[in-house]
Design a protein around this ligand. Structure first.
Ligand SMILES: CC(C)(COP(=O)(O)OP(=O)(O)OC[C@H]1O[C@@H](n2cnc3c(N)ncnc32)[C@H](O)[C@@H]1OP(=O)(O)O)[C@@H](O)C(=O)NCCC(=O)NCCS
Length: 191
C-alpha cells in the first residue's frame, strides 16, 4: 500500500473530508453525532481553524482524498490554553498507527501554539480510541454517566486530558474542573 500523507487542512480537501466524516459518524459507534455536516459547514470550519490558529490536520491518500481528520479547537466556556480534540479515520486505515501519527502531529502543533492542556470525550465502549489516547499520554479524568444514547441505549463517556507540560496546572481543583465542563452528571474517577 502506498504511503498516506499527513497534511495541514485546506479547502481543497473539503469534499473528501466531508465524506469521510459522514462515513465515520454514520457508523454510529464513535462520534457524538450520527451523520456528517453539509459541505458549507466543513468549509467554514476549515476557515475558522486557519483564522483562529487551531491545529487541524488530515490524513490523505496518494490520490489526494482525505481519509482522516484531527483538530484541536478552543471552546468558548474553557480557558484559552485548553484545546478540545476531535479525530477519526476511515475504517480501512484503522489499527495501523495512522491515527496515532495524525494525533501526534496535531498535538505537537497545539503545543507550539501555546495550548497547555488537550481534552477529549470518548465513549466508554471505544476501547481502540482509549488505547490510542492513553499511548499518547492522555489520562482519564472523569466520566459522564449515560453521556451518550445510541438507539435507546445509554453509555458512559470518559473525559480524558493530556497535560502538555507534563504537569497538571497549578491549583488543579475538582470543583473548577467541574465548572469548566458545563454539563451535568459528571462522576470523578475513583483513586
Ligand atoms: C480512534 C482512532 C483515531 C485511532 O486511530 P488508529 O489509527 O486506528 O489507531 P492506531 O493504529 O494508531 O493504534 C493505536 C492503538 O490503538 C489500537 N487500535 C486502534 N484501532 C484499532 C483497531 N481497529 N484494531 C485493533 N487495534 C486498534 C492499537 O492496537 C494501538 O495500540 P497498541 O499499539 O498499543 O497496540 C481510529 O481507530 C478511529 O478513527 N476510530 C473511529 C472514530 C473514533 O473512534 N474517533 C474517536 C472518537 S472519541
Amino acid at each position: 500500500m502506498e504511503e498516506l500523507k499527513i497534511v495541514r487542512s485546506t479547502e481543497k480537501y473539503a469534499v473528501s473530508y466531508c465524506q469521510t466524516f459522514d462515513e465515520v459518524a454514520k457508523e454510529g459507534k464513535f462520534l457524538s453525532i450520527s451523520g456528517g455536516y453539509p459541505i458549507e459547514d466543513i468549509l467554514r470550519f476549515i476557515k475558522v481553524c486557519r483564522q483562529s490558529g487551531y491545529p487541524q490536520f488530515l490524513l490523505v491518500e496518494p490520490g489526494g482524498r482525505a481519509v482522516g481528520w484531527c483538530d484541536i479547537v478552543r471552546r468558548c466556556d474553557e480557558p484559552d490554553d485548553v484545546g478540545f480534540l476531535g479525530v477519526g479515520i476511515a475504517k480501512k486505515y484503522r489499527g495501523m498507527g495512522w491515527g496515532s501519527r495524525l494525533m501526534t502531529a496535531t498535538v505537537n502543533d497545539a503545543k507550539k501554539r501555546g495550548f497547555n492542556e488537550i481534552r477529549l470525550e470518548v465513549r466508554a465502549s471505544n476501547y481502540n480510541a482509549i488505547r490510542a489516547y492513553t499511548r499518547l499520554g492522555f489520562v482519564k479524568i472523569a466520566y459522564i454517566t449515560d453521556g451518550v444514547v445510541t438507539d435507546g441505549a445509554a453509555e458512559d463517556v470518559w473525559l480524558m486530558s493530556l497535560y502538555c507540560r507534563d504537569i497538571r496546572p497549578e491549583g488543579f481543583e475538582r470543583e473548577k474542573f467541574f465548572a469548566l465542563f458545563p454539563k451535568t452528571g459528571f462522576r470523578f474517577r475513583k483513586g
